[in-house]
Design a protein around this ligand. Structure first.
Ligand code: 13P
Length: 252
């Protein structure tokens, strides 16, 4: 049975106050979830300690990025080991904002995945095509190449530490969501790529992200290859976020 996850990526939003109030609201509302979904909060790194303190045992915590090195003179970076030290279980890697705004390459993403898994975290590899790439009919090829490059260093017995999040760049923060059918088609294609790579593709959790809201989550999560979501804007409002968590069908 595949893990089901809904993760809230706060991006560069929030405050110490929100790290306490929002997380304790989510925690109390999520206590009644009975669908087996794992709820993950991914705040800015500086608030990870506050979120871990508020999260209790029922919520997991992650970081949005890690440095690609173990430690050393890398001003401003946070290592995967530090994320573990602070109580994180997950790390995002290769988010399109990091690829586009910070020049993160596929090689750097592969190094980071290696560090994340080596530290004992779960890596959430983000992949997705731009609008131009989709309109040129290249969406599946672009995503396949990001999956292959980003996961190139994963060892055979580490696949259970991998989650892939498909986030079409044109759907992020735009209010335009992929249709459930288009997202399902891409997820099935990603599963095919993982299988070609020798991964246990049917056991790997695949998330969809990009303008997931309380009113469109259920249709997306009903698709057979969509195992949950990576949520941006709607993860900053407890009721909306928990409603999205509730939209994951109970595992059978
Ligand atoms: P939105 O849900 O705000 O579109 O953001 C999606 C995202 O990038 C999550 O990582």
């Amino acid at each position: 049975m595949r893990r089901k996850i809904v993760a809230g990526n706060w991006k560069m939003n929030g405050s110490k106050d929100l790290a306490q109030t929002l997380v304790s609201d989510v925690r109390s509302q999520a206590a009644s979830l009975d669908n087996g979904v794992e709820v993950v909060i991914i705040p800015p790194a500086i608030y990870v300690g506050d979120v871990v303190a508020s999260a209790g045992d029922s919520l997991s915590v992650g970081v949005q990025n890690v440095g690609q090195w173990a430690s050393g003179a890398y001003t401003g970076e946070v290592s995967a080991d530090m994320a573990v030290d602070q109580g994180c279980l997950y790390a995002l890697v290769g988010h399109s904002e990091r690829r586009q705004l910070f020049g993160e390459t596929d090689d750097a993403v592969a190094e980071k995945v290696d560090r994340i898994i080596g530290a004992g975290l779960h890596a959430v590899l983000c992949v997705g095509e731009t609008l131009e790439e989709r309109e040129a009919g290249k969406a599946e090829a672009v995503v396949a190449s990001q999956v292959k490059a980003g996961l190139a260093k994963v060892a055979a017995d580490d696949w259970q530490r991998v989650v892939v999040a498909y986030e079409p760049v044109w759907a992020i923060g735009t209010g335009k969501t992929a249709t459930a059918q288009d997202a399902q088609t891409m997820h099935a294609s990603i599963r095919g790529v993982l299988s070609e790579m020798g991964a246990p593709a049917n056991e790997i959790c695949l998330l969809y992200g990009g303008s997931v809201k309380a009113d469109n989550a259920a249709a997306l999560f009903a698709e057979p290859d969509i195992d949950g979501g990576l949520i941006g804007g709607a993860s900053l409002i407890a009721e909306d976020f928990v409603s999205i968590c509730r939209s994951v069908p109970a595992s059978t």
